[in-house]
Ligand binder design. Sequence first.
Ligand code: SF4
Length: 401
Amino acid sequence: MRCDLADGDAVAALASSGLARAAAGGDPTRGEAVALLACDDVDATAALLAAAGARRDAAWGRTLTYSPKVFLPVTNLCRDRCTYCTFRKDPDDPDAWTMQPDEIAAWSARGRALGCTEALLCLGDRPEAAFRGYRDLLAGLGHRTTAEYVHRAGRIALAEGLLPHTNAGVLTRDEMARLRDVNVSMGLMLESTSPRLRGRGEVHQWAPDKDPAVRLRMLHEAGELRIPFTTGLLLGIGETLAERVDTLLAIRDAHRAHGHVQEVIVQSFRAKPTIPRAAAPEPGALELARTLAVARLVLDADVGVQAPPNLSPDGHALLVRAGLNDWGGMSPLTPDYVNPEAPWPHVAALARTCAAAGYALAPRLPIYPAFVDRPGWLAPGLREAVARHAPHAAVMEEAAS
Ligand code: SF4
């Protein structure tokens, strides 16, 4: 919506009042946040990005961070069928892969040798509920559930000197309670709180684990269990602007209830030739930047806001302007198995882009410093492993101070 058009006047006024409210330290209302997303003329976008950038600077300083990681796709089998996904495989697919324990150890060791600190254990949703052959494979490894096997994978990664961060899709409260012993943080993309997207012909029609109520429950349970948590939005999957704002507000509510959301990923849908949504439009660079900026203004200042740099290779400077404080995980070793066509940028090149905008780039751990010393958050058995990586933690504390 061009806010300089006559029929955009009311929306432009709402957007302006949202910026004024944020500048005064308040929360933009739902309507103001929607208006900020809707106003895409040059002046309105510049004002939004400036406000978000100033809020980032005040809370996070002039250092942007990333997490050097190894991506371990413990299994790419998944019981869901999201229509934008190329990660999931059926058991008879030639690219189906459940990592063996020795593979998890070998990739972890290689990553550690290259300076990685994070083991990202990222996998499909509860494949044991759908595939008999996979249940047999798990049994052969001595496990009944994927969550049990992920616990073992976490122990392996820890033994190789990495700090695990698990995103295994929807987990029960008991599964999370066990996994927190081997994870310094965990994650689940909320994606969208719109139940509409589970309807006929929508992206989540065949994805029971994408029921927003189920994911919101896990988000809150993670907070109750005091697990430092990563979540986020997926843009361009059929949601409206108001539904985007509702998703942000749901994350803010969860964080205000439990104080556990360490970062929120703002990620765009990517069209790929082999997916049912191959012809669907991708959100543009400015739309992503505006959404990231609104996230920065809607979420509490202590919540990190990040966007994956490999999905916006030409948009890094714009994302810095929009208030990003973190780039998420980047790997010198493993691809982004969710978006394998999108290589990670070179750290040196990204650092130059950050420097040109007036920011340093520094590595961080998969647990943010605010959670390391907060009593009851980091599992006691992981404290020594985190302390071993103290230089990275110190860099991030400086960034946040
Ligand atoms: S996006 Fe996640 S839940 Fe959906 S099909 Fe892919 S792996 Fe499964």
